[in-house]
Design a protein around this ligand. Structure first.
Ligand code: TXA
Ligand code: MG
Length: 352
């Protein structure tokens, strides 16, 4: 398949943007697939109400079809059409955080085909905050199923370059526009029980949710790498975000971390293997390795979150064989960052 690539410039005329999004919307309405930016990561969009579109999404990603998709909407009427017995807490969270990087799990109505939800009787819903994403959803008929636009097992793409790398030849259209400024996927919260449960941490933190709707739990399978309990978000069970190189987190005093990583880099160089490092600005000058990525200040985990997936992709491009990352504070967005890092590392943490 020939993949069309359409760029939308930041200062493009509204009429030209409208035409491009209307073209993209038509492709989705006709059962085709369009990759587009959201404020979190790029999504791979298809008609959420068309079972054939869901099948195509799984095929394009090489993703198991029991892994349900998030349905993206652009207004509250759409929520009432696809979810039933919508809890008051969901409405409160929607008022507080939509449009934005929050996905909510609710009971689904018959409008949503089983193919979209991987056979579950619940549906994940998100109203994204990116203006072009919202306009595309409207142009596509109001319901866009969109997983992250990466091949299964690769980090979610935060630039069109990596969408093209993964999806060229597999889908009808790629929209190349500004976006993905948050860099990590949305927070997922399950509202099917009495107490909301966070299944995937993100920019909207447990604290922010609890402040809006009271007691909120964190799925224990997220916190404990060795947990034998099945994760509630089926996608969390698959190996994700993994770079080709072997990634480990290194925890300890600043001096010990730098010393350990530099020793490993020297050792790997002796074996003719490249070493990559993800370090914070405060220590970055002390690292001596083949590829050193500056994740920004320790006091600003948001900067690290924004760049993490790009770093992992760049290490692949650079054929780095071993990657060491500093660990980050586990609160707020730092918790989401650590969750993705730990998953990418297969929970390998070295204490020094
Ligand atoms: O930020 C995001 O959420 C991005 C952008 C494109 O919106 N999308 C995204 O989709 O990250 P995806 O498919 O890569 O991740 C969706 C996650 C998966 O782990 C999936 O198992 C879970 O959501 N999920 C979807 N529907 C679910 C449901 N009904 N119950 C539990 N988990 C669900
Ligand atoms: Mg994904």
């Amino acid at each position: 398949m020939e993949t069309e690539i359409l760029s939308i410039a930041a200062d493009e005329q509204p009429e030209s943007v409208r035409q491009k999004l209307s073209h993209a919307g038509d492709i989705i309405k006709n059962g085709g697939l369009v990759a587009f930016p959201t404020e979190t990561v790029y999504g791979l969009g298809g008609d959420a109400l068309n079972p054939e579109s869901a099948r195509k999404i799984y095929a394009a990603k090489g993703r198991p079809s029991d892994n349900p998709l998030i349905v993206h909407i652009a207004d509250m009427e759409a929520l009432d059409a696809i979810a039933k017995r919508i809890p008051e807490k969901a409405r409160q969270l929607a008022r507080a955080f939509w449009p934005g990087p929050l996905t909510m799990i609710m009971e689904k109505t018959g409008l949503v085909p089983a193919q979209t939800t991987g056979g579950l009787d619940t549906v994940a819903v998100r109203m994204p905050g990116h203006p072009a994403a919202l306009a595309l959803i409207r142009a596509a008929g109001g319901y866009v199923a969109a997983p992250s636009a990466n091949l299964s097992g690769k980090p979610s793409p935060t630039t069109a370059k990596y969408v093209i790398q993964d999806m060229a030849g597999r889908i009808e259209l790629i929209l190349d526009a500004d976006g993905a400024e948050l860099g990590l996927e949305s927070t997922i919260v399950d509202l099917t029980g009495e107490v909301p449960v966070i299944l995937r941490p993100g920019y909207i933190t447990q604290e922010m949710i609890a402040r809006t709707v009271g007691e909120t739990e964190m799925d224990i399978t997220l916190l404990d790498g060795d947990s034998t309990q099945a994760p509630k978000a089926p996608g969390m069970k698959y190996r994700h975000y993994a770079p080709k190189g072997e990634l480990a987190l290194v925890e300890g005093s600043p001096e010990a971390v730098v010393q350990y990583i530099n020793e490993q880099a020297r050792r790997h160089r002796g074996d003719n293997k490249k070493t990559g490092v993800i370090g914070t600005a405060e220590r970055i000058a002390d690292y001596c390795a083949d590829s050193v990525k500056n994740a920004g200040s320790r006091r600003d985990p948001l900067a690290a979150a924004r760049q993490l997936y790009t770093f992992l992709r760049e290490f692949d491009d650079e054929e780095v064989a071993y990657i060491y990352s500093e660990a980050f504070e586990g609160a707020g967005i730092g918790q989401a960052l650590m969750n993705r890092l730990l998953k990418a590392a297969g929970h390998k943490v070295i204490q020094v």
